[in-house]
Design a protein around this ligand. Structure first.
Ligand SMILES: O=C(O)[C@H](O)[C@H](O)COP(=O)(O)O
Ligand SMILES: [Mg+2]
Length: 299
């Protein structure tokens, strides 16, 4: 049973109990470019109390550096080494786990953030934002030159996905022996500033169906994301809390990582998902309406 938080003493107790705060982004700190009310003040009061603040997002459209710009633009204090995105974790997974030979490259279904993190890790790639692939022309297999050096296909949230990208990815995954099928994350939906949109999981779904096989998923709740953080940050899991808006990514991620979990209802998950006959079997430790609620300790 989750503990519902509502009073300023509840929040004061919570803040005293945890030294490291892992924050999901979409649906917790913001929706699109709209900040959640009180999010900035809460991050400030945690920093004033010398708490470690980390940002752990499945959104692969941005790199850590472009996220830093978003934080700056929104007036939220954040540092690149506090930001862990699935694009970064995917690039690190390819360089440190797959260790592709240097002549090998990745075919990308995804956006600039993913490409930037691949470049940062020195991983060559094709596809992605290449205008040749962002086309409404019908795909011609007859004129398609298969690149034998493509050793992995990576699929993330891509608002320019089309039949050409899916077809090229399908060719590499079915014709290049041992070609790895990776997805940055599997979120079914994305909480934009104007409502729900299909998520990264919906972008890779056609490929999974066509291939009849599941990819390796890097983002939350996968351990690969936690490995990425633990490689850089020391924290005590018993004094760490993961704050998220999605049960099957953020809360499962926290539970798998042995840290406590706080669910907020400003994003994907709503009251009906956690109460009543159809309540999820994923049960967070704590629930509160919004991250902004924690401001009440200062009142
Ligand atoms: O479709 C997606 O990629 C997700 O909806 C989105 O990116 C989730 O981001 P997060 O809530 O983990 O910050
Ligand atoms: Mg979220």
């Amino acid at each position: 049973m989750s503990r519902r938080l509502s009073s300023s003493s509840d929040y004061a107790e919570l803040i005293d109990k945890y030294d490291t705060w892992m924050f999901d982004c979409d649906g917790v700190l913001w929706q699109g470019d709209n900040l959640i009310e009180g999010a900035v003040q809460v991050l400030q009061l945690l920093r004033e109390r010398k708490k470690k603040v980390l940002f752990v997002t499945n959104n692969a459209t941005k790199s850590r550096k472009s996220y830093k710009k978003k934080f700056d633009n929104l007036g939220v204090e954040a540092h690149v080494d506090e930001i862990y995105g699935s694009a970064y974790a995917t690039a690190v997974y390819i360089s440190s786990v797959l260790k592709l030979p240097k002549e090998k490259k990745v075919y990308v279904i995804g956006m600039a953030g993913l490409e930037e993190e691949l470049r940062e890790e020195g991983i060559p790639y094709i596809g992605g934002t290449d205008p040749a692939d962002i086309t409404l022309e019908s795909f011609s297999l007859e004129h398609f030159d298969l690149d034998p050096n493509v050793a992995a296909v990576v699929c993330g949230l891509d608002t320019t996905v089309n039949y050409t990208k899916l077809s090229k990815a399908f060719q590499y995954l079915t014709r290049n022996p041992g070609c790895h099928f990776l997805v940055t994350n599997e979120d079914s939906t994305y909480p934009s500033g104007h409502g729900l949109l299909p998520g990264a999981g919906a972008i890779s779904a056609p490929l999974r169906y066509a291939l009849g096989k599941d990819p390796t998923s890097i983002g939350k709740p996968a351990k690969t994301m936690l490995d990425c953080i633990q490689a850089k940050v020391h924290y005590d899991p018993t004094r760490t809390i993961m704050v998220g808006d999605r049960l099957n990514t953020d809360i499962l991620f926290g539970q798998a990582g042995g840290v406590s979990t706080l669910l907020v209802l400003t994003g994907i998950t709503s009251e009906k998902d956690i109460t009543g006959p159809n309540a999820s079997t994923i049960v967070p430790d704590f629930v509160t309406s919004s991250i902004g609620d924690l401001r009440s300790i200062d009142k």
